[in-house]
Design a binder for this molecule. Structure first.
Ligand code: AVJ
Length: 313
């Protein structure tokens, strides 16, 4: 018998794409960027000269860690909502010596690979990976027990969410982590639009490939026939929403089919593929407060490009 690979499309991806393309204006949530290719491209983005957030946040984590550790104390249960951030997590774990570590990720393979890598560097740290979509309610591992909790949400990933959804997520963290919990969260700052656009439209074209990979992924996984070269990457600053938007803009009139459904785009029509909200010191505080968290400490780089905030439940 022939060996076969499981090529059945992820029904949630199919639904998101078909609904998103039929929407007016068309939009597909940013979480669908991260197939294997997309994850590799995102790693490359974090090394780009124009993409300051990752290296800036790592710098803040390094320099602020003694102060963070003094406030957080040892013996906490760390719940990591950014389970893929392998450059950041070790800084935190070394800094605060937690009782246990629970990374949460929707991708089991990703989760296990990272947990194994971390276990090698922290052989005596109890690690309890949780395979879950953290935008929904989930149970913490029983081993968390009565340990005081620290939620860790780096990367300004919160910025992918419109404020109403960001508040929902923060409230759900609050429910999961409970009273007495702390939250350490990274939030990217509003800055000159020119720098923001450059960070999301780099000269080497890596972000363009990352954005366009979504169309390749639709073709690969959902049997689409999208002529990918008919679309162009665009990064826009939406000033009223204080966010960078990524779009895939049709260069000309184009039609294609995905799972038997036909879609038509006129030249200039776009698929909105990502929001990356940016925050001022005030809007960051307000968002946390609206989500049920009281921010009481924050650290930034000297240029004020990025901030780490510590909040209590
Ligand atoms: C992973 C959501 C924080 O918004 O900066 C990077 C994703 N998109 N370049 C961001 C991203 C384009 C990134 N986050």
């Amino acid at each position: 018998m022939l060996a076969t690979v499981d090529t059945r499309p992820d029904p949630a991806f199919a639904r998101a794409v078909l609904e998103g393309l039929a929407q007016e204006p068309p939009a597909i949530p940013a979480r669908w960027f991260y197939d294997e290719e997309g994850s590799v491209l995102f790693e490359q983005i974090t090394d780009l000269p124009e993409y300051y957030p990752t290296r800036t946040e790592i710098g803040i984590l390094r320099s602020a860690m003694p102060e963070i550790a003094a406030v957080v104390g040892t013996g906490r249960a760390v719940v990591d909502y950014g389970a893929g951030a392998l450059a950041k997590t070790p800084l935190l774990l070394r800094g605060i010596a937690p009782a246990l570590y629970a990374p949460v990720d929707i991708s089991g393979a990703h989760l296990r690979a990272n947990a194994e890598a971390l276990q090698e560097d922290f052989p005596s740290l109890p690690i309890f990976p949780v395979e879950a979509d953290f935008t929904r309610a989930f149970d913490l591992p029983a081993e968390v027990g009565d340990h005081p909790r620290l939620g860790f949400f780096p990367g300004s990933t919160i910025g992918n969410l419109v404020p109403a959804s960001a508040v929902d997520l923060l409230r759900s963290f609050r429910r999961t982590l409970g009273t007495g919990a702390l939250l350490l969260i990274g939030m990217d700052r509003v800055k000159a639009p020119g720098r923001l656009i450059a960070a999301y439209d780099d000269a080497a074209g890596v972000t363009a490939s990352f954005n366009l990979n979504l169309l390749h992924r639709i073709n690969r996984e959902l049997g689409g026939d999208i002529p990918v070269d008919a679309f162009a990457h665009e990064a826009r600053w939406n000033a009223s929403m204080a966010r960078i938007e990524m779009h895939l803009v049709a260069r000309r009139e184009v039609s294609f089919t995905v799972e038997g459904r036909t879609f038509h785009f006129a030249g200039g029509d776009s698929i909105h593929t990502e929001n990356s909200h940016k925050y001022t010191a005030e809007s960051a505080r307000l968002l946390l407060l609206a989500g049920g968290w009281t921010p009481f400490n924050e650290w930034s780089d000297p240029a004020g490009d990025f901030a780490l905030l510590l909040a209590r439940a």
